[in-house]
Design a protein around this ligand. Sequence first.
Ligand code: BTN
Length: 241
Amino acid sequence: MIAFDVRHYDQLGSTNDEARRLADAGAAHGTVVHADQQTSGRGRLSRRWFSPPGNLYLSVVLRLSITPARNIESGFIAALAVADAVNAMLPRHVRATLKWPNDVLVGGGKIAGILVEQSPEALILGIGINVLHAPEHAPYQVATIVGSGGLATVDGTREQLLQALGHWLGVWEEHGFAPIRAAWLARAHMSGTDLGVRLADRFVTGRFAGIDSDGALLLDTAQGRARIIAGDVTLDPLTET
Ligand code: BTN
């Protein structure tokens, strides 16, 4: 079982940058960088990540003996851990849903973000969870734990998250990606759901057909089944984002 070593900071530019710096200086597998706020929090697609005090921002140094092609698997592990942590704090009738590749939604709103970055020395798993605050002008629907009826503190959310992350990393180390894929699919929106996917050069629509054994999105389009390895998915395919 991974042993997490949490380093807590009042404020950082980005916890991913500090985790990367520590990893390059030899920090161990399981080192966690947690900041109360970030001044330059980063999201996917070069977006800013809204990072005021009251939410969780942390990055984990992972030293995994896998080929870079399998790094994508860590995002699914993180998404499962976030969903389990969030579910533990929400009322029982409110559940987190997963959207490819590693979005966690509650009531259709994005409640967390996951940013996996590769340093020469390690994989940096950055996770932000909206405990109290959601960004006001996000280009997508947003949610928070407390706004969804949950009871949570930032440190309590961190503990739930690290416990769940330790569990899913253990499952992955022992049994590989197959059980991660199965658990992710069990928490994802239903097969057949209409999706729109923004690719590097175009927007495609189709029906969700699951994920492949390597984590690629399977989409049934008018032209047949597509395998997508990078893109931004919307559950509202009529509204291209
Ligand atoms: C996304 O766009 O969905 C990913 C957002 C990732 C945000 C987290 S907050 C902790 C870590 N530090 C960062 O600068 N980004 C990640």
